[in-house]
Design a protein around this ligand. Structure first.
Ligand SMILES: [Zn+2]
Length: 215
């Protein structure tokens, strides 16, 4: 996101997944004349902790819990990542804990909305000016919720949805980490709630959720 309307400085959130996608993103930034001044990782899964040298040596933040989980699971994350250019390995998960619930990046106001729905420390970003919610790996139209099928993780997921609800209600635009943006954030929240309730009640989520293939 841009620091302000018309600004050439941007905050880069969860940049991408594959190396060629990171390269293409760097090309796009060059083409648009945009300069990355900070980065943010929404949570401690490998595809949300990546970076490329061409984005610059700038502050990269995440929640304190995300930083701790990324450090504790670094070997697993690198395994999941698969073959990865050696020069980029030190940049994987190289994030520092954000010090407050407002991101201190010098740009437009960004509020951090932390919960433990998808993984402990998961953090959505709320832009109160344009009323945009960046939801990380929640509220997707292509990926179903991924809590473990045990009671505590389902409770954490439901609590995460409760945490997001006030922002969903106000959102003019919801942007998930995977899938498509929507102006109907409430429908995404309702779909995630139906999914969690189906799993909690022991029924097949595929019966209530088009994002699942029937088993
Ligand atoms: Zn994830």
């Amino acid at each position: 996101m841009r620091a302000a309307p018309g600004s050439h400085e941007v905050l880069l959130v969860d940049p991408s997944w594959e190396v060629d996608e990171l390269e293409a993103l760097a090309d796009d930034l060059d083409t648009l004349g945009l300069t990355v001044v900070a980065g943010f990782s929404t949570h401690a899964h490998f595809d949300h902790l990546l970076w490329h040298p061409r984005f610059g040596d700038v502050p990269r933040w995440a929640s304190a819990t995300t930083v701790a989980v990324a450090a504790a699971t670094r070997d697993i994350l690198l395994d999941e990542l698969g073959p990865w250019p050696e020069a980029l390995v030190p940049l994987v998960g190289d994030v520092a804990a954000a010090r407050s619930s407002r991101l201190a990046w010098g740009g437009q106001e960004v509020a951090l909305v932390e919960h433990s729905g998808h993984v402990p420390g998961h953090t959505a970003l709320w832009l109160p000016g344009p009323r945009i919610l960046l939801a990380g790996d929640m509220l997707s139209d292509v990926e179903p919720p991924l809590p473990a099928a045990d009671d505590s993780s389902l409770r954490a997921y439901a609590a995460g949805l409760d945490t997001l609800e006030p922002f969903v209600r106000q959102a003019a635009l919801l942007m998930p980490g995977h899938g498509h943006a929507t102006q109907d954030a409430a429908a995404r929240l309702a779909a995630d709630r139906r999914f969690v309730e189906a799993v909690a009640s022991g029924s097949s989520p595929a019966s209530v959720d088009g994002r699942c293939s029937p088993a």
